[in-house]
Design a protein around this ligand. Structure first.
Ligand code: ADP
Ligand code: ADP
Length: 225
């Protein structure tokens, strides 16, 4: 599924304009990375695509449908947050199943999806543990398993690796890349890490000073003159 942003603007209030005029098309199956300094509006843009924050102006379109008026659940996308947003009192298995139960899928379907998702991120053996009994990388994988189990074709990730140490970041970067390719996800990935952008992106959008400074392939963005 593709995502088209047309002239997106955001003011949190009359005095704080965050984004001026963001237009871009993210193609189906693309690994699309948004980079830019802290506070430049990257998270805000993701949240507007997800429907978690109202947009001040412009249009968000998914495939052929303008989704401005659609609530988050109707947008058929999934989001992975920086802090993973796990339920501390639920097992790994139940954390992954939670959203599926809320959607009232039948239990055989839920079981198949959760088991499959945990297998894909190598967490089957740890399925009965609680989040506090997991390492940072394992928690990160629970969040990824959730996204996999949702079956959404669009995934939004907001600095998913920023809480991990450098070595683990490299490993998880490779895992996320492999998952994205394998599932054919349209992935919008926010980071302030240039190495992540260069190694994973099909296209990169650079946000700066409230607007889009540049969009291009990694070699176009980071070429040395
Ligand atoms: P980034 O993800 O690039 O670090 P954010 O999207 O989080 O940037 O924030 C962009 C700007 O919007 C910042 O100046 C931030 O302070 C402001 N901002 C973010 N959320 C809110 C909010 N709920 N209310 C008011 N201002 C906000
Ligand atoms: P019970 O033992 O009460 O009959 P289950 O064995 O189905 O119930 O599930 C007990 C707990 O194990 C559930 O609350 C859930 O956390 C977890 N669970 C259920 N199915 C699976 C599964 N396929 N893999 C891992 N954990 C599961």
């Amino acid at each position: 599924m593709s995502i088209t942003l047309r002239n997106i603007r955001k003011d949190y209030d009359q005095n704080t304009e965050v984004l001026k005029d963001v237009s871009v098309k993210v193609e189906t199956g693309e690994f699309f990375v948004i980079v830019g300094p802290s506070g430049c509006g990257k998270s805000t843009l993701l949240r507007m695509i997800a429907g978690l924050t109202p947009i001040t102006g412009g249009e968000v379109q998914i495939d052929d449908q303008v989704v401005n008026e659609l609530p988050p659940k109707a947008r058929k996308l999934t989001m992975v947050f920086q802090n993973y947003a796990l339920y501390p009192f639920l097992s790994v298995w139940d954390n992954v199943a939670f959203g599926l139960k809320a959607r009232k899928l039948d239990s055989a379907d839920i079981k198949q999806r959760v088991d499959n998702a945990l297998k894909m991120v190598s967490l089957t053996k740890l399925r009965k543990r609680k989040p506090r009994e997991l390492s940072g990388g394992q928690r990160q994988r629970v969040a990824l398993a959730r996204a996999v189990a949702s079956d959404a074709k669009i995934c939004l990730m907001d600095e998913p690796l920023s809480n991990l140490d450098a070595q683990l970041r490299i490993k998880m970067r490779q895992e996320i890349y492999a998952l994205q390719r394998k599932l054919g996800l349209t992935l919008i990935y926010v980071t302030h890490d240039q190495v992540e952008a260069m190694t994973m992106a099909d296209h990169i959008m650079v946000l700066h000073d409230k607007h889009v400074q540049q969009i291009g392939t990694p070699s176009e963005i980071y070429q040395t003159p």
